[in-house]
Design a protein around this ligand. Structure first.
Ligand SMILES: NC(=O)c1ccc[n+]([C@@H]2O[C@H](COP(=O)([O-])OP(=O)(O)OC[C@H]3O[C@@H](n4cnc5c(N)ncnc54)[C@H](O)[C@@H]3O)[C@@H](O)[C@H]2O)c1
Length: 273
C-alpha cells in the first residue's frame, strides 16, 4: 500500500535539523520526494541520499527561488511547501535587553521567522498553483500563548499565524495553507547571533532541565508525551494530504500536549488513572 503522499514533491525550509528534518524523513516514508533548504546542510545526522539539499538563507529571495527551481528541475513539480526554518529568543525579556539589542535581535529574528516564511511562499506559489498543492507551516504554542519565549519570539510566531490566515485567503482556491503549532521539542533550535545566542541549543536546555528534574511543566495535560521531533510529524502528513484534507485551509493543528485545555492545577487525571 502506498503512503499518504505517494508521488508528491515537498520542499522544506530548515529541513537540515529538528522538526524540519523529521518531517522530511516522514514525508519520504509516506512516498514523497523531498528537497530541503537550510543554511547549514552539513549537520550531523545528515539526510538520506535521495533528499535534494540546497544550501541557502531563508532571508534571501534568490536562495529561495533557486531552491524551488532546483526542486522542479530534479523532481518535475512542487506539491508541498513547509516553511519551517526559525530561531528562538531564549525567553529574553524586554527588561533584560537594551534598545539597541532589541532592535538588532528583532530584525534578525523577524527576518528569519516571518520574512523567511513569506519569501518562501512568494518563491513557491506559482509551482504550487500548477499542482493545486498546499503549504504546511511550522507554527508554535507561541502563536497562541504567552511564555513560549520572550516578546520577540512570541510576536514572530503570532505574525506567522496572521500570514497563514491571510495567505489561505489570498491563495485559495488553488493552494491550501495550514499549520502545525508544535510544543516544546528536543531540537537544535538556536538563538539570534546578534544576542550571542547562536551557539545555544534547545536540546542542551532540555538536558539541563532533565538533570534538575524540571523537564516537563506539570500544567501541560499531556506532560508525559514525547518531546522528540519525529513524534510531531503526523499532522504535517494529514494537512499535506490531498485525499485527507482537501477541504481544509486556514487551519492550525496544535501538537503541544494540550496547552489550551490546561486548568489551574496539575493535570486532573494524574498518573493514577
Ligand atoms: N523546538 C521547539 O521546541 C519548537 C517549538 C515550537 C516551534 N518550533 C519551531 O520549529 C521550527 C524549526 O525549529 P527546530 O526546533 O527544528 O530547530 P533546529 O535548529 O533543530 O532546526 C531549524 C533549522 O533551520 C535552519 N535555519 C535557521 N535559520 C536559517 C536561515 N536563516 N536560513 C536557512 N535555514 C535556517 C537551521 O540551520 C536548522 O537546521 C522553528 O520555526 C521553530 O520556531 C520549535
Amino acid at each position: 500500500m502506498g503512503g499518504w503522499l505517494e508521488g508528491d514533491v515537498a520542499l522544506i525550509t530548515g529541513g537540515g535539523s529538528g522538526i524540519g528534518r523529521a518531517v522530511a524523513l516522514r514525508y519520504l516514508a509516506e512516498g514523497a520526494r523531498v528537497a530541503v533548504l537550510d543554511r547549514d546542510t552539513g549537520r550531523p545526522g545528515d539526510l538520506p541520499d535521495g533528499v535534494l539539499t540546497v544550501t541557502g538563507d531563508v532571508r534571501s529571495p534568490e536562495d529561495l527561488h533557486r531552491a524551488v527551481e532546483t526542486t522542479v528541475e530534479r523532481f518535475g513539480k512542487l506539491d508541498i511547501l513547509v516553511p519551517n526554518a526559525g530561531i528562538w529568543d531564549y525567553h529574553r525579556s524586554v527588561t533584560r535587553l537594551t534598545g539597541e539589542e532589541l532592535s538588532d535581535a528583532f530584525d534578525e529574528l523577524f527576518g528569519i521567522n516571518v520574512k523567511g516564511y513569506l519569501l518562501a511562499v512568494e518563491a513557491a506559489w506559482r509551482e504550487l498553483a500548477a499542482t493545486r498543492g498546499s503549504i504546511v507551516m511550522t507554527l508554535s504554542n507561541a502563536s497562541f500563548h504567552t511564555d513560549g519565549g520572550g516578546s520577540l519570539y512570541t510576536a514572530s510566531k503570532h505574525a506567522c499565524l496572521g500570514l497563514l490566515r491571510q495567505l489561505a485567503y489570498e491563495l485559495a482556491p488553488k493552494i491550501r495553507v495550514n499549520g502545525v503549532a508544535t510544543g516544546g521539542m528536543r531540537t537544535q533550535l538556536s538563538g539570534p547571533e546578534s544576542l550571542g545566542l547562536h551557539h545555544r541549543t534547545l536540546a542542551a536546555s532540555f538536558a539541563r532541565n532533565e538533570a534538575s528534574g524540571e523537564a516537563q511543566p506539570p500544567l501541560i495535560p499531556l506532560y508525559d508525551s514525547s518531546v522528540e521531533p519525529e513524534d510531531f510529524t503526523g499532522p504535517y502528513v494529514l494537512l499535506a494530504s490531498r485525499a485527507n484534507s482537501a477541504t481544509v485551509t486556514g487551519a492550525v493543528i496544535p501538537a503541544d500536549g494540550g496547552i489550551a485545555v490546561r486548568g489551574f492545577r496539575t493535570a486532573a487525571g494524574g498518573t493514577g488513572l
